[in-house]
Structures are given as structure tokens and as C-alpha cells.
Design a protein around this ligand. Structure first.
Ligand code: DAH
Length: 346
């Protein structure tokens, strides 16, 4: 065959194979066949010797043109395959913006903590320091420093989880009283609250839980009287339950206060007229309090002839139950989201 015809035939074959290549691997193979150093086209260079001198230039041109044409076709195809691969990749990784988002479950603050925070804020605004007590206490601080020696009948009121003979789970935040007094070395005035969990071996029911929260309050200074206690608690109750609330004190007994009182708040549901919420009395009991017993002051290093004080202890869940109309203390510990999602911070 005429060498020029041979070149043309190879060119045609190469171009059709380039056009037919469907992957970059195939295209590379075509390039190696037609454009590499040892390709069919370069082997045709060997024919140059047989070509008459006057035709050599024309033959060389045909060869070069063929090579350029194959190279150009190769380049175009290679680019085409690359962009097709890119489009395929983009299509396969496309994000469907019309899909709805995933719902994030947002946590809520347990109403127990909403009340602790609110009460802490109220007392802090009256200048009370917030003291941290300890859940694991000694018998000494939980009872003895509060005027409750071993075998005292008052111990029966607080069935206790003992860890050892001397270590126990705090039954009352009152345990923080003596710690605070000793830390102030019997000299500085005290105005503190101590929020914390308490534990008692109670059978759980609607009003009892073996784990519950209290906020202890202790004020010691020169000339503190029951009137200061009443004024402080009245302010607290009005901030917590509303401006129209009244309080009343009636006598009670706690070993660490003398006199001891129980504090009632006028029923918010009926305004004091009497309703099922207050069992018809118009009043709801909310906390125990009293003047700090002189012996407790003395054990804490405060001279009862110089200093006097008042203390109170309020149940956190009790306040939360009244505030939110919750009828069962166990709800605060069951972590039922249907209950928890009803509460939000103000
Ligand atoms: N600690 C008492 C209790 O758990 C509550 C209490 C009563 C605390 C009177 C006081 C107080 O500080 O003065 O039953």
C-alpha cells in the first residue's frame, strides 16, 4: 500500500478508537498504540528511506499532520472523559437540600433545679452566702452538733442510711450549720443558705422520697430575733409565691432551735378561704425554723450571751410541688420526659 495511504488508514483507525474510548484507561491504551515512541505511526518513519527525495517533505507533512490530529483528538477526548467523571462524582455526592433536617432533642432543666436556682437567687439578693455542704456526713455534724446526742428520741424522726458507725448520708442540710460556724471561728456574723440533697430510709410514696432536697438557712449576729426570721421568710415567700401571700408561725419542736416554729403560707389557690389544696384550712405548711439553740451556738464557738440567730430548713420539692401543682414527689426523680418538658425557666 502507498505509504501515504497507510498513514491515513492508521490515522483513521486511531481517531475512531479515540472516539470510541469510554474510559481513561481505554484512552491511555489507544495513546500508547498510536502516539508512543514505539507506535505504528513512528514505525512508518522507517519508510522514509524508500520515498523518493521530492516526495519526502510531503510524506513528512502527512505523518506530522496525522500525529497532530490524533494528539488533538486524544486531548479533547481526555478532557471530555475527565469532566464527565467529575460530573458523575458531583452527581453521586449531591446533597438533597429538600430533605427535612434531623430534629435535635433539647434538654430541659429539671424543675427541682429551677426552684433551687430561684430560691438561691432570692436569698443571695438578701445578702446570703451560698454554702456547699456534703452528702456524706459524720454523725457528729449531722446530729450531735445539732443537739441530738446518741439515743436521743429525735433520731427516730430521721431514719438514717449509715455507712459506718460514724459516717452517714446526710439526713438534713442542718449539718452545714456547725461547719459554717466553725469556719467563721465564732467571730464573724453569718448569713448563709446551704442547698443540698438529703437521704432517709423512707418508703417512697406520693409525699416521701428516700432522696430529697432541702435548703438550710442560718443567720447569726448580735441582736438577731424571731422578728428577723419572720421578716426574712415573709420576703422569701412573697418573692417565691406572690406578693399577696401571708405567713404565720406556730410553735413546734426541733432539738437545735429554741423556740422552734413551723411556718405556714396562705394558700395561693383559694387566697386563704379554704380549698382542697390547703385541705380547707387556708394555710399550707412549708418549713421548719426557729431561734438557734444556745447550746448549738456554743458548740459552734459562738458565745450565746453575745450572739443570737435563726435557722430554717425548707424542702425543695415541697416548694416545687406547691409552685407547679405537682401531686407526687417521685415525679422529680423518674425522669419522664413528658413531665419534664412541661417546665421551662422563666
Ligand atoms: N432539719 C429539719 C428537718 O430536716 C428542718 C429544719 C427545721 C431546719 C428547723 C432548721 C430549723 O434549720 O431551724 O426536718
Amino acid at each position: 500500500m502507498d505509504p501515504i495511504e497507510q498513514v491515513k488508514a492508521i490515522q483513521e483507525k486511531a481517531l475512531s478508537e479515540v472516539a470510541g474510548a469510554s474510559s481513561s484507561e481505554e484512552l491511555t491504551r489507544v495513546r500508547n498504540t498510536y502516539l508512543a515512541k514505539k507506535s505504528e505511526l513512528t514505525s512508518l518513519m522507517g519508510l522514509m528511506k524508500q520515498i523518493p527525495a521530492e516526495e519526502k517533505a510531503a510524506f513528512g507533512k502527512v505523518l506530522n499532520d496525522a500525529r497532530d490530529a490524533i494528539q488533538a483528538a486524544y486531548d479533547a477526548k481526555s478532557q471530555g472523559l475527565e469532566s464527565a467523571a467529575l460530573s458523575a462524582k458531583l452527581a453521586s455526592e449531591a446533597i438533597d437540600l429538600t430533605l427535612p433536617g434531623r430534629t435535635l432533642c433539647q434538654g430541659r432543666v429539671n424543675p427541682y433545679w429551677i426552684i433551687v436556682d430561684e430560691m438561691s437567687e432570692i436569698f443571695a439578693s438578701m445578702g446570703f452566702e451560698i454554702v456547699e455542704g456534703r452528702d456524706v456526713e459524720t454523725d457528729h455534724f449531722n446530729f450531735e452538733m445539732l443537739n441530738v446526742p446518741k439515743d436521743h428520741p429525735a433520731r427516730d424522726m430521721q431514719d438514717t442510711f449509715y455507712i459506718t458507725d460514724t459516717l452517714l448520708l446526710r439526713t438534713q442540710t442542718s449539718a452545714a450549720q456547725a461547719h459554717t460556724m466553725l469556719a467563721k471561728a465564732g467571730k464573724e456574723p453569718i448569713r448563709m443558705i446551704c442547698p443540698g440533697k438529703c437521704y432517709r430510709r423512707d418508703d417512697d410514696d406520693m409525699t416521701h422520697s428516700h432522696e430529697f432536697g432541702q435548703i438550710e438557712g442560718l443567720v447569726i449576729d448580735k441582736g438577731i430575733s424571731l422578728a428577723d426570721l419572720k421578716g426574712t421568710l415573709e420576703l422569701f415567700v412573697r418573692k417565691m409565691f406572690g406578693e399577696k401571700r401571708e405567713i404565720r408561725l406556730h410553735s413546734s419542736y426541733f432539738p437545735f432551735t429554741e423556740p422552734s416554729v413551723e411556718v405556714d403560707v396562705s394558700c395561693a389557690a383559694c387566697g386563704g378561704k379554704g380549698c382542697p389544696m390547703c385541705k380547707g384550712t387556708g394555710w399550707i405548711e412549708i418549713l421548719g425554723a426557729g431561734e438557734v439553740h444556745p447550746h448549738v451556738l456554743e458548740m459552734g464557738g459562738y458565745d450565746p450571751k453575745v450572739y443570737s440567730g435563726f435557722a430554717f430548713g425548707v424542702g425543695v420539692e415541697r416548694v416545687a410541688m406547691l409552685r407547679y401543682g405537682v401531686d407526687d414527689i417521685r415525679r422529680f426523680y423518674q425522669n419522664d420526659v413528658r413531665f419534664l418538658k412541661d417546665f421551662s425557666e422563666k
